[in-house]
Design a protein around this ligand. Sequence first.
Ligand code: CP
Length: 303
Amino acid sequence: MRHLLGVEDLSREEIVRILETAEAMREISEREIKRVPTLRGKTVLNMFLEPSTRTRVSFEIAAKRLSADSINLSASGSSLVKAEGLKDMARNLDAMNPDVLVVRHKVAGVPQMLAAHIGVPVINAGDGAHEHPTQGLLDVFTVQRVLGSVEGRVVAIVGDIAHSRVARSGIYSFTKLGAEVRVAGPPTMIPPGIEILGVKACLSMEEALDAADVVMMLRIQRERMERPLFPSVREYSQRYGLNRRKLALAKPEAIVLHPGPINRGVEIADDVADGEPSRILDQVTNGVAVRMAVLYLITGVES
Ligand code: CP
């Protein structure tokens, strides 16, 4: 891997390789001393130009557990506020010879643009509504760890599909590993022609959840909406919120995922988010392992 810009670019074999590596990395995080010298002397530059809790912190923890130096840069603390162009800033950062640049940006395509103009490997930590590859990878990793396999599983993704980079990376990840993916949400939040990605667009949440193995709920991405796309939060919650009654449509052993941050009582009820089927915090734990794996593979230290 030269860069990790999207799961769309990865082969099934590359995904499997990342998941196998993540399994080994998870073991490191369970030790009393959670640090190995693998990336000693490497520098990971985390450039988060859009808010983040889980992704930013887990990339930093992942780098530290591998003994890399980790530098964090936010938009407000950078010379972007002095009108420096993003490409210029990235070239200056590249001139300091980091080994990896992790970038999150509200505009789709920014990681691709930077990868074309600088020498350092780029990892996309979320670009607009395009992709969030490490999220998609940690989602399949979580399903594989809990259910034993991804192939043949029925995965229902519910909510704001149109604005969700998590949904796109999840769709690529699950379909490449042989799962059946269904999507459901308000018609205004389902991109026309989404079937081209190999998913089934369902007319109702109930149809999507029928005998599903995995139910992935999405946050309404208000920050990417130019105008309201549903009449009221109450109606949205009634039709597309996950509660115990709707979850009963899925398989008895079905698990619930959510990338976070969650809106309790909107897309997910408290007793589902905090209950036994929820694997939301496992996703967060697995995110560290997957990001350790990606940092390890992208820096090429194994070769
Ligand atoms: N899942 C996710 O990307 O969360 P953050 O926005 O907190 O990083």
